[in-house]
Design a protein around this ligand. Sequence first.
Ligand SMILES: [Zn+2]
Length: 342
Amino acid sequence: MPIANYDQYQDMLNKAYKGGYAFPAINVTSTSTANAALKAFADMKSDGIIQVSTGGGKFASGQGVANMALGAISLAQHVHLMAEHYNVMIALHTDHCHPEHVDKFLGPLLEESQRRVSKGELPLFNSHMFDGSVLPFAENMKTSLELHKKCQKLGIILEIETGIVGGEEDGVNNEDAPADKLYTSAEEMVEVAKILRPIGPFMYAATFGNVHGVYKPGNVKLRPEILKNGQEAVKKELGAENCHWLVFHGGSGSELSEIHETLGYGVIKMNIDTDTQYTYTRPIVDHLFSHYEKVLKIEGEVGSKSHYDPRAYMKLGENGMTQRIVQAIVDLKSEGRTIFTS
Ligand SMILES: [Zn+2]
């Protein structure tokens, strides 16, 4: 099969919510990294989420085109084709879209899904993130609501964010974000449910001190109880059926005990980018350093084609990335969790 359809994706997320596990959401920027993610999910019989950021889309389109939407479309089409050959369910997602990128990223992607849906096909992506966390809350909710309605009509689930994920990713630097914005309030989590729930299901990146990137121990103060308190407030005011599907951003470098704690509070998706970037690069470094005299043409020698062919080291990079995703699947307890039936 299989890219999930709308009902299947909801089924994946509902089962994760009820079962106390989450899916790794892996950022990809090339066919090679997408293939590494697909293989990891299949090896572990875990459904999974593959996602593209604005910067990832731009990179994938090539430096001569540099179009974030076109690159994302290209990667998504690749995943649609290749997922058919694996026996797990895959959902395609786009990562942080800040307000200034809505017209040139989400706009064309929704148009492409509209074109496909009107022909009776699946939308190109299963979910999109709109990150309006830089806006005042009311403005963030206004745009989130508009996009949520558009997405629902196409069978797409929206992910939104309030509060700010700290750190740096994809060229967006939140390292100086005010400390209180790093923690979403319980009141905000209730408000978000009131505004967006009536339209349909959505995912929510509520922030609890999480940061993009990996920092030395002691520099990140995660407070998972923020999520617990928020969900309890929603349950009390609106009922358990309105509790959130939460998304853990900045999963790289997090303590296992903290990851496990969040699973109990409704985290169903954890984004991983920094760690998979490193684990792709690490074996390549090893290859290039160990075969220095083969990957280079030194002093009139000709090197070794089998060592400098990019496939030789990209395969190693893919394997390194696959191994890190396998670990994420174990950490998030999604091993063996697939709704795919042949
Ligand atoms: Zn993020």
